[in-house]
Design a binder for this molecule. Structure first.
Ligand code: GUN
Length: 281
């Protein structure tokens, strides 16, 4: 069984991105910039945002965090985003989610210029991805996709089963694999026989938020299994895949932690650099 080392894959990708930033600096005499907006003081968001800033600086990007208290009015946030849309030194804008209840998430997402939307959440990017056009792609499914491609470069005709249909993971994951000519099934909480669906799969991506849902006897021999879940349980952090059981049948499997997580941040840096490159065309 191949234990997919997300940390190693992320380190390699960041190394490539660092080289690319150096080249861009020589070519354009400036570097891509990432601005993250953080509203409130939720501990997990604070940690994520700090990690994003650190990673951005390590590859040579310009990085800025704008902090607002959780009482901030929505229109102040929207105005700040509009300002950043106009700022040529800002290549990518990310508003850390979740937001306080009084702020309309969709309005925030739609205010970010689609050309600077490093999350790939703007409806224009969602539409472009589903139409097969160039777009920003949400970081987590992009990271999963790159890891799958490393294991299996030719995905044409493979059967992929995605567990979970979120806008963040399941749906963009389906689009990426469709583009690769996979036959894609998107399953969810109302799916009748999840086990039978999973047993058909050459590739399983579990992104549903149910601890250890995907069992060993749900997985075909030599399937590739990607575990997007991070669930806090009495036994510590576990994924959506029963790791010990599935590792006995799968060809390749991502661990939790150390699988998808590190690749997500590296892909945010990639998206920032890609937005910069498109803006220079
Ligand atoms: N909060 C948790 N994950 C994410 C993400 O991928 N993007 C944003 N903007 N917020 C998040």
């Amino acid at each position: 069984m191949i234990l997919i080392d997300g940390k190693k894959a992320a380190t390699e990708l960041r190394q490539e991105l660092k080289q690319e930033v150096m080249q861009l600096k020589t070519q354009h005499n400036k570097v891509p910039g990432l601005t993250v907006i953080l509203i409130g003081d939720m501990a997990p968001s604070q940690i994520y945002v700090k990690n994003k800033e650190k990673a951005a600086k390590e590859v040579g990007l310009k990085s800025e965090i704008i902090k607002f208290p959780d009482t901030i009015e929505e229109n102040i946030v929207l105005k700040k985003i509009e300002e950043l849309n106009e700022d040529v030194s800002v290549s990518g804008i990310l508003v850390q989610l979740p937001l306080p209840k009084h702020i309309d998430k969709q309005k925030v997402i739609e205010t970010i210029s689609p050309l600077k939307d490093v999350d790939g959440f703007h409806p224009m990017n969602v539409g472009n991805l589903s139409s097969g056009y160039e777009s920003s792609v949400p970081c987590t499914p992009l990271g999963c996709y790159l890891m799958i491609k490393k294991i299996e470069p030719n995905l044409s005709g493979k059967k992929a089963v995605i567990v979970g249909r979120s806008n963040l993971n399941g749906k963009p994951m389906a689009q990426l694999l469709l583009k690769e000519n996979c036959t894609v099934t998107v399953t969810h909480s109302k799916t009748k026989d999840l086990k039978t669906e999973c047993l058909e799969a050459d590739i399983i991506v579990a992104a549903v938020g149910i601890p250890e849902l995907v069992k060993g006897d749900w997985v075909k021999k030599d399937a590739i299994v990607i575990d997007v879940g991070i669930n806090k349980t009495e036994n510590g952090l576990v994924g959506d895949v029963a790791f010990d059981e599935v590792s006995k049948v799968a060809k390749a499997l991502t661990p939790v932690p150390g699988g998808v997580g590190p690749m997500t941040i590296a892909c945010l840096l990639k998206n920032t650099i890609d937005c910069f490159k498109r803006s220079q065309k």
